[in-house]
Write a protein that binds this ligand. Structure first.
Ligand SMILES: Cc1cc2nc3c(=O)[nH]c(=O)nc-3n(C[C@H](O)[C@H](O)[C@H](O)COP(=O)(O)O)c2cc1C
Length: 216
């Protein structure tokens, strides 16, 4: 099987968590001789080639991050430029996000199923997984540990041509955290999290406090 992979993140490849996830995923997917070609929507210069590849390939995998509970606008902008297929093509998705609970990705997942139909493709499922905020900040060894489980999902995809299996459904992890974990996470966000975000902001040149309200 040859797979066209589109990284739907607006972040450039070097900084994209989706790209790091795809690195491991494709390792698993290619173990049995499968091949792929990958494009990034963040690289507008490749859109003509990507559109051509979309027309020519019958196995399409779109991997994307959740941005503000939605599909990144840049990906939709690209998809608006393609012609729907109706040639027996298959389309699957990897939908990943920062927050860990599966429930917050379900609306996006439902939308992607509709999108596959609108693009004239047979929907082959969506791998749903959160808890990926930190990937791009990790050193290579820790990053590999975080993304390694996607290698197994690559094998699953190769075996089934999609994500419609119990293993893939379980991969999401908890749909919603129990109340005590939600309370703990809330507390951590207000304390250590707040400090961490302030440090991160200072690191990229922010000189005002994060709750600064100049227009109040
Ligand atoms: C502008 C923006 C909006 C985001 N919105 C959400 C969100 O609504 N829910 C969530 O869980 N993660 C959200 N995230 C986190 C990303 O989904 C997460 O970090 C993802 O791994 C980014 O992948 P990428 O680096 O390939 O773009 C957001 C990140 C950014 C930059």
């Amino acid at each position: 099987m040859h797979v066209l992979i589109i990284n739907g993140s607006p972040r450039v490849k070097k900084y994209s968590n989706t790209d790091k996830i795809l690195e491991k995923f494709t390792e698993g997917m290619c173990e049995n001789g499968n091949t792929f070609e990958q494009y990034e929507v963040s690289d507008r210069n490749s859109w003509n080639d990507m559109r051509k590849a979309f027309n020519e390939n019958k196995n399409i995998l779109i991997a994307l991050p959740l941005y503000v509970e939605c599909i990144p606008g840049l990906l939709l902008e690209f998809l608006e430029t393609v012609t729907p297929k109706n040639d027996g093509s298959k389309m699957a998705f990897i939908l990943q996000s920062g927050f860990a609970e599966g429930v917050q990705l379900r609306c996006g997942e439902a939308y992607l199923e509709i999108l596959a139909g609108k693009l004239g493709c047979e929907y082959k499922g969506c791998l749903v997984k959160g808890n990926n905020f930190s990937i791009r900040f990790l050193e290579e060894k820790d990053r590999d540990k975080t993304t390694l489980p996607y290698k197994e999902m690559g094998r699953e995809f190769a075996a089934n041509g999609g994500f419609d299996s119990d293993k893939c459904r379980k991969f999401t992890g908890p749909e919603i955290f129990p109340a005590y974990i939600r309370a703990l996470v809330g507390f951590l966000f207000k304390t250590a999290g707040k400090k961490g975000f302030a440090k991160m902001a200072a690191g990229i040149g922010c000189t005002k406090p994060l709750d600064y309200r100049p227009y109040e």
